[in-house]
Design a protein around this ligand. Structure first.
Ligand SMILES: [Zn+2]
Length: 209
């Protein structure tokens, strides 16, 4: 059987399962969505947002890209963020990175990978900002892990620096911002950073709202 056909068969089985547990499952789900969380994660196939957080359809609004970046000129991510925060009124925005991230790894070397070089430049910027700390860690897995963590922390700061978040904090006091890292070797998630409306915003990034 063509491998893709397995997916369509699995879908049929999933529909049957859901309907046998709750005959009105799809009726309810299709009526509206009120997700409490926005998830900004890596596109890596080993980090399935819903599965690792035990969430059901309707609970997570999801945006994924290579290395879970928050780039201020990325209209895709910004549109997701604005819609999630201002229209869906999510209470939490979670940036979740993962150890072993190929995007972070390639940003730390000098390979020319074509177009994606441009995207990975944003991770090289993270390295430059934290170079002093990173240089004190022996080159190898430990430095790589720390770089993954610092990348998450910087992306959460990038969220703080948007007028979208600052405006929402002023108007509603929400959302809370979270930086997490997922460990594929254990399945566990570690909290790295949490920011709320009272968190420090670097003056150069503050908007008159
Ligand atoms: Zn990744």
């Amino acid at each position: 059987m063509d491998s893709y056909k397995k997916l369509l068969l699995a879908n049929k089985a999933w529909v049957s399962d859901k309907l046998s547990a709750a005959p009105d499952f799809f009726e309810k789900l299709s009526a509206d969505q009120k997700p409490e969380y926005l998830w900004i994660g890596c596109a890596d196939s080993r980090v399935p947002a819903e599965e690792i957080t035990g969430t059901q359809p309707g609970q997570l609004f999801v945006h994924r890209n290579v290395a879970n970046l928050v780039v201020h000129t990325d209209f895709n991510m910004l549109s997701v963020l604005q819609y999630a925060v201002q229209v869906l009124k999510v209470q939490h925005v979670i940036v979740c990175g993962h150890y072993g991230c190929g995007g972070v790894q390639n940003a730390l070397n000098h390979r020319n990978l074509g177009l994606i070089n441009k995207w990975l430049l944003h991770i090289k910027d993270v390295y430059r900002i934290h170079e002093r700390e990173l240089q004190q860690i022996k080159e190898g897995p430990e430095r790589f892990d720390r770089m993954v963590e610092l990348n998450v922390v910087e992306q959460v700061s990038n969220l703080v620096d948007t007028s979208i978040i600052q405006q929402s904090w002023k108007d509603t006091g929400f959302p809370l911002l979270h930086g997490w890292v997922y460990d594929m070797k254990t399945g566990g998630i570690k909290e790295l950073v949490k920011k709320d409306k009272d968190s420090f915003v670097d003056p150069i990034y503050r908007y008159d709202l």
